[in-house]
Ligand binder design. Structure first.
Ligand code: SAM
Length: 448
């Protein structure tokens, strides 16, 4: 049983009034689970038919599903194939608040990647997303998730937010700022957030939120949108921050989508500002963990810029990479760039930003001793277009053998590089030699 800090419970009673008992009762239900369907790999109907556990559609997000089961998904082959990403349905509400996404998007605090993934999927190729995470070890987890989902419109950086203002001023059409907070909305799911709560925590977080926003806002274009969100209930970290953006930066608060109104409560107005367009997600209104979000606009007229920086790859190298690609797969890759020893498929808008990327797009592989060695990311992003495949059914024992790192029998694959697929969805790659497939599934991802 979760015991709430007294000062916190008192504040929530004042805030919620007659709804407080419903909030308290939501702790008896336990956390709600949810997932995002990777529509870059599978249609939602096909996913619903294939996924073995019970789910329910999320009314405000087409690609969202509530998972009605406690079962772990870690070793699930469909998860390994990147067909879905676990995301709480409360967090989905702020993603659903995003308007139509086009152009360059910066997700300034992106790890482990939920908002980036949802934005990348709902936007499609009209948008290019820079997923940034200042904490380097968390940035590597973010990259792993982006790779598993096989996203082709996302690059990953690990930079302090002020670097964007410095190197890419007025460059982004949208900024997603899902900022570190006191996590009050997570109390049901993460008991450590309850233990870490104290009476100074909201003020401390509010200072950090203002600092991050002030650092990053110069990177937003005039007329650009900012999605601000937290997973806490404290007005200091929510409506006060929205008021700060309106008062100090002259931003305009925009109305939420119709579909979100029934699932959320209005923001709390203060100092004569009507903040009802900011929204509060409570577990007693809709299943999911607590969330706050507000969509704001920077005043002025937005100008589209597409001036690009030439890729750093020689004609000869690019020819060798393209030669490998055209022999092995049918996907069209418009721009290839080199970063370190690796070649990347990059979104055309990536080459319009002078940033130091951890990953500029899809890591295709490297040239070594005249040969092209494909990277796992080539298979997660483009494996479904490989000519040479080993097709496995979900109940084939070779699925587990492959995911644990073993060599498997080649039954449909010919000699050479091969995409290993389950129910038509790529798990990873390998090389078929003499009727066996040498396993190229990365060591760090193998199940034990
Ligand atoms: N948007 C993510 C998602 O949907 O998966 C969750 C982001 S989490 C709420 C906030 C992130 O902000 C954390 O990954 C944390 O490492 C990062 N962070 C912490 N302090 C920061 C700072 N001063 N500047 C930028 N990011 C920071």
């Amino acid at each position: 049983m979760i015991i709430l800090p007294i000062a916190y419970a008192e504040r929530m009673k004042r805030l919620l009034g007659s709804d407080y008992p419903r909030y308290e009762a939501s702790f008896e239900e336990g956390p709600a689970r949810g997932l995002l369907v990777n529509t870059s790999k599978v249609e939602t109907d096909a996913f619903d038919a294939l996924f073995p556990l019970p789910t329910r559609k999320i009314p405000y997000l087409e690609i969202g599903r509530r998972l009605l089961s406690e079962e772990k998904v870690g070793g699930d082959p469909l998860h390994a194939a990147g067909l879905y990403y676990m995301q709480d349905s409360g967090a989905m509400s702020s993603v659903a608040a995003l308007p139509e996404i086009k152009g360059r998007v910066l997700d300034v605090a992106a790890a482990p990647g939920g908002k980036t993934i949802a934005a990348a999927l709902t936007a499609g190729q009209d948008a290019f997303i820079v997923a940034n995470e200042v904490n380097f070890s968390r940035a590597k987890i973010l990259l792993q998730n982006v790779e598993r989902m096989g996203l082709t419109n996302v690059a990953v950086t690990s930079l302090p937010p002020r670097d964007f203002a410095r190197y890419t001023p007025e460059s982004f059409d949208m900024i997603i700022a899902d900022l570190p907070c006191s996590g009050e909305g997570m109390f049901r799911k993460e008991p450590q957030a309850v233990a870490a709560w104290n009476e100074n925590i909201n003020a401390m977080n509010a200072e950090r939120q203002k600092e991050i926003l002030s650092d990053v806002l110069p990177a937003l274009k005039k007329g650009g949108r900012l999605l601000y969100s937290t997973c806490t209930y404290a007005p200091e970290e929510n409506e006060e921050i929205v008021a700060y953006l309106i008062e100090k930066y002259d931003m305009r608060l925009l109305p939420p989508r119709e579909s979100l109104l029934a699932a959320t409560a209005p923001g709390i107005s203060l100092r004569g500002l009507d903040l009802t367009n900011a929204r509060r997600f409570y577990p007693f209104i809709e299943a999911g963990e607590g969330q706050f979000f507000a969509l704001l606009e920077k005043r002025g007229e937005r100008i589209y810029t597409t001036k690009s920086i030439p890729p750093k790859v020689s004609i000869n190298e690019e020819r060798r990479v393209r030669d490998f690609l055209s022999r092995n797969l049918s996907a069209e890759i418009p721009v290839i760039n080199k970063q370190g020893e690796d070649y990347y498929a990059v979104h055309p808008l990536a080459r319009t930003l002078p940033l130091r990327y951890l990953s500029e797009g899809v890591r295709l592989g490297e040239l070594s001793g005249g040969k092209f060695l494909p990277h796992h990311n080539l298979f997660t992003a483009y494996g479904d277009t490989f000519y040479n495949t080993e097709e496995l059914a979900l109940d084939d024992p070779r699925v587990t053998e492959y995911l644990t790192g073993l060599e498997i029998d080649a039954r449909s694959a010919k000699e050479g590089y091969v995409a290993v697929r389950v129910n038509g969805h790529t798990l990873g790659g390998g090389k078929a030699v003499d009727g066996r497939i040498k396993n190229h599934y990365p060591k760090g991802l193998r199940i034990r």
